[in-house]
Design a protein. Structure first.
Length: 248
């Protein structure tokens, strides 16, 4: 007997309109456990809107989004408990230390204090936060802020990580550090859905990618397969080829 494994994330013809302006147009995709899926496209393609629908921060105009089989719109609290969401707009609380900041979000997730303390220690080791834990968040560099924000995202050990432009503004070393951590989460069986307009980064990190353009998913596959389909030497060249074919 074959066991059917539920996708960690499933979008079924998701659409989002702002008045008469469509931001996302009938996007369908799935992300498996232990998979990194990159949603790629230029600014304004609809990446952030799609990810905020997955995270339960926006309601779709049409379509359905499920996380671990749970309808995000119908059961938002149950779905959000399985999601860690991080974006550039997810700020830190300047007058809290990193330790206090993580403890606060641990309480929001209903985690007992001893579990928050244990997870804080684990993440301090994994993300190099040891010397940051008792400093005020307002004193951190951009890279340090991103590491603390990432710790907040995974503190409750969610099944699904939704990361919106996680390396934007980071230097080479900080970007690599973050990518290595994301790979380690994939190895633990987590599903990772992230957006970027850095196509070279997606080639390094993603198992599969979806190419989003003007709100539509115009192509999907592994980076290798997409390059081959386009006859291109890079994912960037492949993307430009597919965009050209999709543009009237």
């Amino acid at each position: 007997m074959t066991t059917v494994v539920e996708p960690a994330v499933a979008l079924d013809r998701i659409a989002k309109d702002y008045g008469s302006v469509p931001a996302v147009k009938g996007v369908s995709l799935t992300v498996a456990r232990g998979e990194i899926y990159g949603l790629l496209g230029p600014n304004g393609a609809g990446k952030t809107t799609a990810l905020r629908i997955v995270a339960g921060l926006l309601a779709p105009s049409r379509g359905r989004c499920a996380v671990a089989g749970i309808d995000v719109a119908q059961e938002p609290l149950q779905a959000k408990a399985r999601i860690g969401f991080m974006s550039l707009s997810t700020g830190l609380y300047a007058r809290l230390t990193a330790r206090e900041f993580l403890a606060y979000f641990g309480r929001l997730h209903g985690m007992p204090p001893n579990l928050v303390e244990r997870r804080t220690g684990e993440l301090a080791s994994a993300l190099g936060l040891g010397r940051l834990l008792d400093r005020l968040c307002e004193t951190f560099s951009t890279g340090e802020k991103q590491r603390v924000s990432l710790a907040r995202t995974v503190l409750h050990d969610p099944l699904v990580l939704v990361l919106d432009e996680p390396t934007s503004g980071l230097d080479v070393l900080a970007s690599r550090f973050l990518r290595d951590f994301v790979r380690s989460e994939r190895a633990r069986g987590k599903a990772v859905l992230f957006s970027t307009h850095y196509l070279a980064e997606a080639e390094l990190l993603c198992d599969r990618v979806g190419l989003l353009f003007q709100g539509s998913l115009i192509r999907e596959g592994t980076p290798v397969a997409l390059r081959a389909d386009a006859g291109a030497s890079s994912l960037e060249e492949a993307f430009l080829t597919f965009v050209g074919a999709a543009t009237p």
